[in-house]
Design a protein around this ligand. Structure first.
Ligand code: FES
Length: 161
């Protein structure tokens, strides 16, 4: 109950942060990355490609071909997008915060308690916020779109003093 109260007090309505996904320019730049250069990513097998689109801070979009199991954090970092991932994907910071297109939010697995705890500390939390290191690509979320927030907030030990 307490967590819910804290969480809701920090929530910013999705549309106040990111304009409606439906109103965004749908002309996404399409790109594939040189996957062999990124140790955490796997080259998709022919016929098993999945797709993800990132809405960048300037509103432009980039679409990538990825494999099942790739995390949103690894995809972003492997393609040099602006996602810090300070804890290396161990769900211990909030610098991989993404805002998920509401169309896909309910298709994601429920966040763990650890992810919820980190999300509580994320700057600019929205109703569809998640952590990129906790989202792994699968067929259910093929063509997912996620937006990078304008700012992220890292968690330091001094935050707990
Ligand atoms: S990289 Fe730190 S929580 Fe995702």
């Amino acid at each position: 109950m307490f967590r819910y109260a804290v969480r809701t007090s920090n929530i910013i309505r999705f549309n106040t942060v990111i304009p409606s996904f439906k109103n965004l320019n749908l002309k996404a730049n399409f790109a594939t990355s040189s996957l062999l250069n990124h140790g955490h990513l796997h080259a998709p097998k022919k016929g098993e490609e999945l797709y993800i689109t990132f809405v960048l801070k300037d509103g432009s979009q980039k679409k990538y071909t990825v494999s099942e199991g790739d995390s949103v954090l690894d995809i972003a970092q492997g393609n040099n997008l602006d996602m810090e991932g300070a804890c290396g994907g161990s769900c211990a910071c909030s610098t991989c915060h993404v805002i998920v297109d509401p169309e896909f939010y309910d298709k994601l697995e429920e966040p763990t308690d650890d992810e919820d705890d980190m999300l509580d500390l994320a700057y600019g939390l929205t109703e569809t916020s998640r952590l990129g290191c906790c989202i792994n690509m699968n067929k259910d979320i093929n063509n997912i779109r996620v937006a990078l927030p304008q700012m992220t907030r890292n968690v330091k030990s001094s935050d707990f003093e």
